[in-house]
Design a protein around this ligand. Structure first.
Ligand code: ATP
Ligand code: LTN
Length: 332
C-alpha cells in the first residue's frame, strides 16, 4: 500500500446532466476549498451515469462539461482529474465486491428503493442495484482515506466501509477503509419547487423550476428564485418553513454565515428581499465560473489530453490494489 504525504481524498460526480448549485455547494466547492490539504483524485463517473439511460452524444458532452466545471470552479490543473471508464480496474474490482456483497445490503439502499418505487423493478437495470459496489471500488482502488460528498451519499460510504471490512476480515488488511467528509452547511440543498426533496439532476429534468444550474444565465437564476416556494407568512419569521429555510441555507452557505447571522439579517424582511439577496449571491459566485468554463470548453482537445494523462498515471495505482484483491481471492 502506498502512503502519500498528504491524506488521500477521492470523490466523483456523474456526468448525467447539468450540475446544479446543490452539487456545487455540497461537493465541488468543498473540494476546491480543501484541495491543498489533501492528495486529491476527482473522478467523472461515467460508468455510474449509464445505470440510467443516457443519450450517447449527450453523455460525451456532459463528460467534458463536468471536467470543465471542475477546473472552472477552481480545481487546480495539477490535481488528478480523470474519467472513470478510462481506468478499467474500476469495473474489475466492482465485480469482485458484487460477488462478496449480500443482495440484501444493496436492496436496502435508499437510492435503490427510491428508484424502484418510482419506476418499478422491471424498468430499471441491475446497475442501479450494484451501483454502490462500483462506488466502493472507485474509492478503495486508490487507498483513499476521505470522501467529500453531500449528505445523500453517506449510506453509500457506509456500504463501502462494510464491504472493505468484510474483505479485510477474510483476507487480512488489504484495503484502506475510508471516511466521509460531509460539511454542515450546504450538505443537502432542497428543490426550489419542492423543499421536501433534495435538489437533484434527475428531478430537474422533469421540472425546470426545480434547480438552479451552474451554467444558468443571471436572468434565469433570478426568475427561478422569484418562483421558489416559500410559505404562507407575509415576511421572514423564525422558525421558518422548509422553502424559506432552504433559501436561507443557500444564502448562508454561499456567504459562509451561521444561522444567528442570517436570522438577524432577514428577520421581518419580505420574501422578495430574501430572494433577491440569494440571487445576487448565487450570480456572484457562478459568473466567474461560467466565464472560465467557456474558455476551457473552447479547447476540448487539451481537456481530453489532460484527462487521458491523469488516467494513464492512475492506472498503475489502481492496478496495484486490484491485483492485491485478485491475489487474495485466488484470481491470480
Ligand atoms: P442524480 O439526481 O442524477 O442522482 P445528483 O444531483 O444527486 O444526481 P450526483 O452526481 O449524484 O448528483 O452527486 C454529485 C455530488 O453532489 C455528490 O457528492 C452529492 O452528495 C452532491 N449533491 C447532490 N445533490 C445535492 C444537494 N441537493 N445538496 C448537496 N449536495 C448534493
Ligand atoms: N454515487 C455518487 C457518485 C460517485 C462517487 C464515487 C462519489 C461515484 N463514485 C466515489 C464519491 C466517491 C453520486 O451519485 N453522487
Amino acid at each position: 500500500m502506498q502512503s502519500p504525504e498528504k491524506p488521500r481524498v477521492f470523490s466523483g460526480i456523474q456526468p448525467s446532466g447539468g450540475l446544479h448549485i446543490g452539487n456545487y455547494l455540497g461537493a465541488i466547492r468543498n473540494w476546491v476549498r480543501n484541495q491543498d490539504q489533501y492528495d486529491n483524485i476527482f473522478c467523472i463517473v461515467d460508468l455510474h451515469a449509464i445505470t440510467l439511460p443516457q443519450d450517447p452524444a449527450a453523455l460525451r458532452e456532459n463528460t467534458l462539461d463536468l471536467a470543465a466545471i471542475y477546473l472552472a470552479s477552481g480545481i487546480k490543473p495539477e490535481q488528478a482529474m480523470f474519467i472513470q471508464s478510462h481506468v478499467s480496474a474500476h469495473a474489475e474490482l466492482a465485480w469482485v465486491f458484487e460477488c462478496f456483497t449480500p443482495i440484501g445490503w444493496l436492496e436496502r439502499m435508499t437510492q435503490f428503493k427510491d428508484r424502484t418505487a418510482r419506476q418499478g423493478r422491471e424498468r430499471i437495470g441491475a446497475g442501479v442495484l450494484t451501483y454502490p459496489s462500483l462506488m466502493a471500488a472507485d474509492i478503495m482502488l486508490y487507498d483513499a482515506e476521505y470522501v467529500p460528498v453531500g449528505e445523500d451519499q453517506r449510506q453509500h460510504i457506509e456500504y463501502t466501509r462494510d464491504i472493505g471490512q468484510r474483505i479485510n476480515q477474510r483476507y487480512g488488511n488489504i484495503l484502506v477503509i475510508p471516511e466521509p467528509l460531509i460539511q454542515k452547511a450546504g450538505a443537502e440543498i432542497k428543490g426550489l419547487d419542492d423543499p421536501e426533496k433534495k435538489m437533484s439532476k434527475s428531478l430537474a429534468a422533469d421540472s425546470p423550476g426545480h434547480a438552479i444550474f451552474m451554467l444558468d444565465p443571471p436572468d434565469l437564476i433570478r426568475k427561478k428564485l422569484a418562483r421558489a416556494q416559500t410559505d404562507a407568512e407575509p415576511a421572514v419569521r423564525f422558525p421558518a418553513g422548509p422553502g424559506v429555510r432552504n433559501l436561507l441555507e443557500i444564502y448562508r452557505t454561499i456567504k459562509q454565515l451561521d444561522w444567528p447571522a442570517v436570522e438577524r439579517e432577514f428577520e421581518g424582511k419580505p420574501y422578495s428581499a430574501l430572494k433577491s439577496a440569494v440571487a445576487d449571491g448565487v450570480i456572484e459566485v457562478l459568473a466567474p465560473i461560467q466565464q472560465r468554463y467557456r474558455e476551457i470548453r473552447s479547447d476540448d482537445a487539451a481537456l481530453l489530453e489532460q484527462l487521458r494523462g491523469a488516467a494513464d498515471r492512475l492506472t498503475p495505482v489502481a492496478n496495484a490494489t486490484l491485483h492485491r484483491v485478485q491475489e487474495a481471492v485466488g484470481l491470480r
